[in-house]
Design a protein around this ligand. Sequence first.
Ligand code: FDA
Length: 502
Amino acid sequence: LIPSHASSSDGFLQCLSESIPSQLVFTQSSPSFTSVLVSSIRNPRFFTPRTVRPQWIVTPTNASHVQAAVVCGRRHGVRLRVRSGGHDYEGLSYRSQRAEVFAVVDLSNLRAVRVDEQSSTAWVESGATLGELYYAVSQSSNQLAFPAGLCPTIGVGGHFSGGGFGTLLRKYGLAIDNVLDAVLVDAKARLLDKNAMGTDVFWAIRGGSGESFGIVLSWQVRLVPVPPTVTAFTIPVAVDEGAMDVVTRWQEVAPALPEDLFIRAVLQNQTATFESLYMGTCDAPLPVMRSRFPELGMKMNRTTCQETTWIDTVPYFFPGSGATVDVYILNRTTSLNTYTKMTSDYVRQAIPREAWGSIFAWLAEPDAGLMILDPYGAAIASVPESATPFPHRAGVLYNIQYVSYWFAAEDGAAHIKWIRDFYAFMEPYVTSNPREAYFNYRDLNLGENVVVGNVSSYEAGKVWGEKYFRDNYKRLAIAKGEIDPDDYFRNEQSIPPLVPGK
Ligand code: FDA
């Protein structure tokens, strides 16, 4: 499949030119190739002279361009990677870990959002950002919202392909729990809606890595009601003010609180910061906090509360610059100044207080990053484990995201060592067999595909696949076998095809 000589590459370009206007196709020699490539790269680790970059970037403006890219790619032996918002933690939407000739289909021109207030639904194209989706919904009604991630520049395409959660997760679950329909271009270049793609594939693309199954062009979502006034509050507690006791207690209280109350914890240096959202005015959470979670509730009063609209909580939970909330939420430009390495865990049994002492010691190290603890329970736990590919449901207390970051390329090794060592230290305290991980917090250290006979190996993929998907990994592989048995759409952590009897 990989072109070994220039002529098949020329053939690919020639083929594209028959169906796609030339200004939408960029080769490495195009003057704007680099600016198009870098336009949504978040992580400078994957924008270096050594990065394996695409040979071509295609920026479709309609579905037929995407179909043409697949037809030409297959005909001329060029693989495609699809990019929506470019936030992949390992950059797999625009770079390859190994030498490979490939093209990127960048969906940033396909970003329309059509809200139907009457039915409380919307169609959103994959290239839209979460900010664009949130904004369009808020423009139609300040009492409608959509439950998805915190950072407004995340792309809908990648985010929905891996689950997607944010401050509404306890009330309304994941983004994918609220997807009603989708339009997919598959490896045969067919344009398929929910009915045409079939139950297994529609199940699979909602959280099971869209990129393994094709290119998802758009999604129909159910919008959710929010009150006109919600309350945000943040309470920092330092270790010498009792952070260890509060975090120990938080582990069991936060996932069991009423679904209207979301309290996450960000642990950095020697402080745990509790960031909260309540679906209503401040009067209600005050007594709940005092009775159910006095360790934190007693540190709270009316002045702690910020009553606002749901859309205005976006910059509250993910601060950034912008003259107004609208400008900030709609801004698509990303900066290349922060290098990152992330990974994740799930906790099903509360970590004992003594261990928190050691954890805070890890956070005091010179190259330390931070930890984000997102409480589950309520709506996210009420969905059966096999209803979507995302298996971290009932019984999960919270998700841990480990964040390591630095500002100069040469500092990377020390920070990456810190996160790897800390992850190893955490093993006894988190889930095991498999040690669960969140697919949207992608980490190639969990394992990579092994290609055998030009097809990714199902057996080898278990090492990372069961961490992200538990028992759903097998059903994902069967769905992949149904729609793309040749494994055309693949990357280092795509679902391998499992074809019964083969
Ligand atoms: P990108 O375009 O890089 O795609 C990611 C993956 O999906 C790639 O493998 C790509 O090929 C595939 N893909 C993209 N579009 C596709 C399409 N249309 N069809 C098929 N496959 C497609 N997560 C979360 O749940 N809650 C949160 O609050 C946050 N917060 C957060 C903040 C920041 C700063 C970052 C960088 C990331 C997060 N995330 C997150 C993780 C985020 O959900 C995850 O990285 C998403 O996959 C990003 O989607 P993009 O479209 O931006 O990525």
